[in-house]
Design a protein around this ligand. Structure first.
Ligand SMILES: NC(=O)c1ccc[n+]([C@@H]2O[C@H](COP(=O)([O-])OP(=O)(O)OC[C@H]3O[C@@H](n4cnc5c(N)ncnc54)[C@H](OP(=O)(O)O)[C@@H]3O)[C@@H](O)[C@H]2O)c1
Length: 323
């Protein structure tokens, strides 16, 4: 009998797709004595997952239901096959990116701030770093928001979510540039070595890479300096992919704008300069989290358990221990 370890509080309806022949082992948040588990479904981004793992015996597969496994790799032994949740975040994360872009272009955060103050104000009296820039105000016309149509969007990390972002952007009539580790064709994806050449052309830059040693600080002071004045930087990847100090400086100088679902540090402490930086929309790392995502995650987990029990190759293998 295959023992599948899940969180003790997991709703029964999320287990309906799991094979009846599997034994579901509900794991308490604090595991006091060792428990036998063959296939471990990790809790979502819980810092105590490592402590839980130390109390598990016989784990052959650790299945993360998140796309990023940067927080698991440092402590999971090489003898355990690790699988990630690539694909199951595509809808939720790409929709967040689209919403963040549109909200920023249409200046919803600014208007929401004015609504909270019960103020009906035109731009003439609104203090915003970009209003006096060439292009933002044209002749006699006051600009109230911006179009997404016609803009150039650079997707840094053209993987599963990156492609889903492009699919959602396409109907808006934008030009999409794509960057990944290595170049490829159809569609044309540029190598990350070309990032600096591409940055000055983009109106919107979306970071959606995994956090690795190569991507830590990928968008640093030099890259931010290459962005167009007034361009929007969207970080839906991981906070440390963008150099926080350089970002704060550029925002405070009103050179660029930002929409962030992730920050460094996280959670962002009260009083941190990012909270009050101008033209910066922040959500607390919720981009991937929707009810639909949770359902898709456990449906995927159930399919992985079936593959494991049938001796078939698993999907989304990050480190293969050949169980
Ligand atoms: N905000 C949220 O709630 C949320 C939700 C889900 C995911 N995420 C983040 O999004 C990340 C991407 O997820 P995904 O499912 O799209 O992953 P994925 O399918 O593995 O795609 C990752 C992409 O990043 C590229 N990449 C990796 N290292 C790079 C580097 N050094 N320079 C440039 N590009 C690099 C890869 O290039 P190649 O194609 O050449 O390998 C690939 O195109 C996750 O790892 C996670 O950190 C955040």
């Amino acid at each position: 009998m295959t023992r599948v370890g899940v969180d003790e509080n997991l709703a029964a309806e999320l287990l309906t797709d799991f094979p009846a022949e599997a034994e579901i082992v509900r794991l308490p948040r604090t595991i006091l004595s060792p428990l036998e588990v063959d296939f471990w479904i990790l809790p979502f981004y819980r810092r105590d997952a490592e402590a839980s793992f130390r109390q598990l015996r016989g784990v052959k597969v650790a299945q993360s239901l998140m796309a990023g496994v940067d927080w698991i790799l440092p402590w999971l032994p090489a003898g355990v096959t690790l699988c990630d949740g690539r694909g199951i975040h595509d809808i939720s994360a790409s929709e967040w990116v689209l919403a963040a872009i549109l909200a920023s272009m249409k200046r919803f955060p600014l208007y929401r701030d004015l609504q909270n103050k019960q103020q009906w104000r035109g731009f003439a009296t609104v203090t915003d770093g970009f209003l006096s820039e060439t292009g933002a105000q044209r002749g006699q016309y006051t600009v109230l928001g911006e179009d997404l149509g016609g803009k150039t969007v650079l997707i840094v990390g053209y993987g599963s979510i990156g492609a889903a972002i492009e699919a959602r952007l396409t109907p808006f009539g934008v030009t999409v540039e794509r960057v990944a580790r290595s170049a490829r064709e159809a569609p044309k994806v540029s190598a990350v070595s070309e990032l600096r050449e591409l940055l000055p052309q983009a109106d919107i830059v979306v970071a959606i890479v995994p956090l690795t040693e190569a991507t830590r600080g990928l968008i640093g002071a030099a890259e931010i300096a290459l962005m167009k004045r007034g361009a929007l930087l969207v970080n839906a990847a991981r906070g440390p992919v963008v150099a926080t100090d350089a970002l704060v400086e550029a925002l405070e100088q009103q050179r660029i704008r930002a929409a962030l679902d992730v920050t460094d540090p996280e959670p962002l402490p009260a009083g941190h300069p990012l909270w009050t930086a101008p033209n910066c929309l922040i959500t607390p790392h919720i981009g991937g989290s929707t009810p639909g995502f949770i359902r898709r995650a456990f449906q995927f987990g159930a399919r992985q358990v079936r593959r494991f029990m049938a001796g078939e190759p698993l999907e989304n293998v990050v480190t293969d221990a050949g169980y």
